[in-house]
Structures are given as structure tokens and as C-alpha cells.
Design a protein around this ligand. Structure first.
Ligand SMILES: Cc1cc2nc3c(=O)[nH]c(=O)nc-3n(C[C@H](O)[C@H](O)[C@H](O)COP(=O)(O)OP(=O)(O)OC[C@H]3O[C@@H](n4cnc5c(N)ncnc54)[C@H](O)[C@@H]3O)c2cc1C
Length: 223
């Protein structure tokens, strides 16, 4: 179903929206990696783009700066029009979107990103700006898929934990923090995961935590 915001964006598109050409779109496991060609300034780490879908819905993704413009890495199994678009989009398509806007803003220095499939791209965006300073701990339905997708967007220090093994996820996050005690924790992804990990880390005395919820069960098109 189209959204009012999407319809207005399409009507006023010329004034409001930026556009980019899809240079390539490739599957990697349950993800799709989309390279976008544009002359816009490179998106900063932790920004978001709101994409106007062919269905006139708008969905939010995390741009990763690249030589061509930027890359989106989308999880194809979220379950709505965004996932359908991701699965179908091909090289040559034109993409319309609101220019990148701030979303997850972190102080300078090392980062431990904790999240789920929807957090891989934002972690990669920080790796572009802070090479070697980003550690990633991800909960996933398929740990192999998420590892491969992370590698495809330039991440190397990744722990992937099977969904449901929350205690292991917290331990992996704390181990990453031990390796870089000055790092800020950036928690993103589904609302339940973000709340659970934030509470578990606080209970262990961690204070330097930033959170950004990327989806909420039963709600559509969060941004
Ligand atoms: C700032 C920001 C940055 C984001 N960056 C990325 C990114 O880079 N890559 C990416 O893949 N996603 C990212 N997301 C998340 C993405 O926007 C949502 O997952 C979005 O809801 C997917 O759209 P959809 O149309 O497929 O599903 P919707 O129509 O929005 O939702 C359909 C149903 O599926 C549920 N749902 C939504 N997402 C998930 C999920 N991941 N797993 C399980 N159920 C889900 C909803 O709660 C709803 O019940 C980001 C979100 C925000 C707010």
C-alpha cells in the first residue's frame, strides 16, 4: 500500500528528491547489494536515505560511501514493499530518494556496532570513515549469510551469533569492548534487540551507548 508521504514525495519529486542510477544490484545470501552512481557529496557515516519505492511507499536504508556514489545493503526478508523492491531492482533503474540525513551520530574514535541484519550497512559506513576502528557483533537468522554480506561491504571484524542466543551476543559485545575500552557502543536494528542489549550492557556497567531503532514488530516503514 502506498503512503501519503510517498505520494507527496512523488508529486513534488523534482523539488524534493535526489536521483541516482543503479550501477549494479547483486544478491549475497538474504541481502542485496546495490551500487548507486551519483555526483552528490559522499554520504557521511551513520546517515540514512529515505527511498521512494515504485509502490509510492518510502523506506529507509543506510548509505555506504563508495567511489561511484554510495552502496545500499538491504535485507530482503523484512517482509514489506521495501524488501520486494530490493529483490527486484536491477542495474539501469533510477532511484529517487531524499538526500542523506543524519541518523546515528557517534563521537570520534572506535565503535562497537551491535545489531541485526539491518545494521550491517551502518557498520560498513563507519568502517569507511574509521578504518580498523569498527567491530561488529550481529544477531542473525543465518550467520553465514550475514558474514558474507558484511564481507561484501568491507567489514572484517565481525562476530555473527545465531538469533535467540542473546547471552552469547552480550558476551561477544563485551569482548569487543574489552579490546577497545574507549569505544562507543552503537546499538541498532529491531526494537526488542536494541532494548535487550541496552539493558544487559547497562547492567554490566557500560554507559557509553547510543541507540537507533530500525524496525518495530508490527510497524511499517520506520524512519
Ligand atoms: C535509520 C534507518 C536505517 C536503516 N538502514 C537499513 C539498511 O541499511 N538495511 C536494511 O536492510 N534495513 C535498514 N533499515 C530497516 C528497514 O528500513 C526496515 O526493515 C523496513 O521496515 C523494511 O521495509 P519493508 O517494506 O520490507 O517492511 P515494512 O513494510 O516496513 O514492514 C513489514 C513488517 O515486517 C516487519 N519488519 C520490518 N523490518 C524487519 C526486519 N528487518 N526483520 C523482521 N521483520 C521486519 C515490520 O515490523 C512489519 O511488521 C533501516 C531503518 C532505519 C530507520
Amino acid at each position: 500500500m502506498s503512503s501519503a508521504k510517498g505520494k507527496i514525495a512523488r508529486l513534488l519529486g523534482g523539488m524534493l528528491l535526489q536521483s541516482a542510477k543503479v550501477a549494479s544490484a547483486e544478491d549475497t545470501g538474504g541481502f542485496r547489494r546495490i551500487v548507486l552512481k551519483t555526483n552528490l557529496p559522499k554520504p557521511r557515516a551513520g546517515t540514512k536515505v529515505q527511498v521512494l519505492l515504485p509502490s509510492d511507499d518510502m523506506r529507509t536504508y543506510s548509505p555506504i560511501a563508495s567511489p561511484e556514489g554510495f552502496v545500499l545493503l538491504g535485507w530482503k526478508h523484512a517482509g514489506g514493499p521495501g524488501s520486494r523492491w530490493l529483490s527486484e531492482v536491477q542495474a539501469g533503474a533510477e532511484l529517487r530518494f531524499f538526500a542523506p540525513q543524519g541518523s546515528l551520530e557517534l563521537s570520534e574514535g572506535p565503535v562497537v556496532v551491535v545489531g541485526d541484519e539491518t545494521s550491517v550497512a551502518v557498520a560498513a559506513s563507519f568502517e569507511v570513515e574509521r578504518q580498523g576502528q569498527v567491530q561488529v557483533v550481529l544477531q542473525a537468522g543465518s550467520v553465514d549469510d550475514v558474514r558474507r554480506a558484511a564481507e561484501a561491504v568491507g567489514l572484517s571484524r565481525v562476530s555473527a551469533i545465531q538469533r535467540g542466543e542473546t547471552e552469547r551476543l552480550v558476551e561477544a559485545a563485551l569482548a569487543a569492548h574489552k579490546a577497545a575500552p574507549e569505544a562507543v557502543f552503537a546499538l541498532s536494528g529491531g526494537s526488542e534487540l536494541v532494548a535487550t542489549i541496552r539493558n544487559a550492557l547497562r547492567a554490566r556497567g557500560v554507559r557509553n551507548i547510543k541507540t537507533k531503532t530500525y524496525w518495530v514488530p508490527g510497524k511499517t516503514g520506520l524512519d
